[in-house]
Write a new protein. Sequence first.
Lengths: 695, 277
Amino acid sequence: MAPPVGDPTWVIVVEGDGLCERVQEALLTVADGSFGTRGSREEDGDDTRPMVLTAGLFERRGEVEELLEGPSWTGLVVPRTENDDRRVLDLRRGLVWRELPTEGGAVCTVRFSSLARPGVMGLRATGPADRLRAGPPLEPPHGATARTDADADGERASVVVASSLGGGVHAAARQHESVADGQMRVERLVAYVADRTALPEETAARAHLDAASMVGFERLSAEHAEAWERRWAAADIVIDGGGDELQRAVRFSLFHLMASVGDDDATAVGARGLTGPSYSGHVFWDADVYVLPFLAATSPAAARSMLAYRLARLEAARQEATARGLRGARFPWESASSGREVTPRLVRHDDGTVEPIRTGDLEEHIVADVAWSAAEYAAWTGDEAFLTGDARPLVTETARFWASRARWDTRAHLLGVIGPDEYHEVVDDDAYTNLMARWNLRRAAALERQLDGDRDEAAAWEALADALVDGYDRVTGLFEQCAGFFDLEPLIISEIADPPVAADLLLGRVRVGQSQIIKQPDVLMAHHLIPTELPAGSLAPNLDFYLPRTAHGSSLSPAICASLLARAGRPDDAVDLFELACRLDLDDLTSTTAGGLHLATMGGVWQALVYGFAGVRPEPGVLRIDPHLPTRWNTLEINLSHRNQRLRLTIGHDTITVRAPAPVWVTVAGTGTHGLSAGETHFDRRADTWERRSR
Amino acid sequence: MTTLVAALDDSAAAAPTLRTALGLAELFDADVEALHVIDPTIESTPTTPTTCEQVAAQLGVELHQRRGVPEDEIVAELRRGDVAAGVLGARRSAAGRRPAGHTALAVLQRAAKPVVVVPPDCRPPTDGVLRRVLVPLDGTETTARAVEHTADLFAGRGVDVLALHVFDETTVPRFWDHPEHEPEEFAREFLRRYCRTEGTHLRLRTGDPGEAVLEAAADPEIDLVAMAWSQDLSPGHARTIRQVLAGCCTAMLLLPVDQPRRATRGTHPVASRSPAG
């Protein structure tokens, strides 16, 4: 293996900076979808926060469920750095390289977490023999309930870490030190096995390790690189004209999205994936709405494993609905191992005051978000059998929840909720919630009719969907975000500060709640997720009204707004917000990247490119393309899959090229549906329309 | 032996100033030298015991008297190698000059060492033991480096260190996703970057930094406020320090730095933007 050279858009270079060490560790995480290893330096140090996390493996600490920390496998005995080293994340091959200058010459390391064999990790180090030693191959996490075994010569070791919830992780390691011409070489292979319900059999990790050892470091790293090559072929996006920095940032997002979700299990994807402990690994709508579409379009098996996580917790969601005197399934705002609500009930401030946290009780749009993710998966993959089979309850049981949740007068209402705009709590008829619930009810009704289900119930759902208040004014084209929103103080964000800004911190929660300042898209989020459900032409007036009121105080906000601006035909206005989203973690814009990367923002980056600038959207049986490129971009090349067809779309200002291995149906900017043969098909812009180029 | 110079005048500030100096000396095993500078241009040699003589006598500290320009003499004393810090009154009376009296301001701007400024209405701990120090941090490395040694010294002597960071329009985070999760992560990382003193807790406030420091310092459990500053009181500078000096009833330890910078909500590239080699 050789360090990466050449194309700078495939590497993240990190040079010593003690101040940002923990941020850099998050950026340099290597993960295989099941296990994530933060990019900590190999030697101990005050600044480091090394960590190995397992997808969906939780433990209980006090009242809180958190991801269980596994044994660390990256430690070496090398001189402590004076922050003069250089580390490189090789995005193309999923490797982290490091060069550490020492008095006798450089110590160089490379590590990977095998995408080809999830659970297998490798580390190789070379350097002056008096500056480098292997040390213990595994270290139990600090304070963990762990059992360690090691042989006398330090070449083999194993560590078992038990979760208080019954599961655990077992790591087995084998390493070899050799010296030639004064140069030490350390080669270490590690295998992890996790079980969420019981301590894993110790033989399993050893068998995993033995199999990997038979393959050997070189071949393991090669097959790992090949696996990454295949993933990139399915998902890479190239912006020609956007500059190297933007390209690198886009690939950085795609890399971590791909690394954070496995495809062979019911995978929980926490808000920070496998890159850090923040948010305790809890699963939010970030997973369903922001991350899943990318996976549905690039790695359907991974998307399906995310849906399997929700399906495995359907019974808990049913019980939650029942406990609240409702029907159907109520998915939790924050979910962990069991599927029960794990949102903290309150937060104690340092001045002794207690602030109730209501999102767990009231941010119920998550229910429709889960249903939407199942439908979006089916739309991208064409896997209708999943939607009509295993996943059917994700759509119908959620609709049943809304049917029992709504309150009627002459219309139907959803009272006392929190929408995505969390600056306004306990509101009636939040537009996003109601519009998503309406979509959920209609989709479920259609599914029931399709499957010859309960027609009376389907009809009731449709009637409720029609009756739900949505706050839409046909004259102005505006949706009122919630009942009474237009009566609030008509502040716009530029009167307060330059966005993005945490307006709730700046103004106080009470003051911001009395104003029209919003945290993130709410009405506009409905335009983003269910555009065909909303009145034609309503995006522009709602963008004009709500965007100046949007603080972007949520990291979820900028990418979605960029996507909407592009779709509304304002791509040049979208670029700044898009670039902001791309740099969110690379520049630690939240000051919290140390605790892990913002996966939802990364999913938003993909959605801004695909749904926004490219205007690509799966519709029943057909892929819609309606691009709006920024002036300074030349082309946007997107690799994705639609209905099992691997497509490459090259979108320019005046041409669109679709490369498909088999016939595919597309519609370009409303010009009708085109059946394309396998191979390349071109469309050319002619004035205000697009024409298929004759062969 | 380390020495603290307590500069006393014949005012209400003399007693709390000397008591504060003695409390600090007790904490750090230092000696206290009480100094009274008689300015011959405005004072004649007293014929009866002065306030500062009485205070020194009451507290068992020998008072050294000197004639000259007070700020010159005090700054000269602070230059001595064995002197770690100075302690002096903020003003002669509670209703006195704001942000501080002439001598205090002059010493603060010229001294190369830490100076503790004690308001006349300050109430040092009755038992003389400092228990909690408030350390306002603006989120810059400059300030952090200026206070870190001092914070470590206090913590090493069993004093609680409470860091305070105030969000204003220039430092408020751009993003704050969930109030039940975000503050913990923000605080953890903030302390790792800007105050590594063992056991430090971070208090986050929003508003005007000076007012927030004053509010926090008004807590009876706060015995000292330790702040870094640029020693530049020219217009447009040291706004927070002026506010705190003017309004604080707690002793203030001011630590000189070269060029403190305000934190901003600007970007902080963590990964290099330069092409890889």
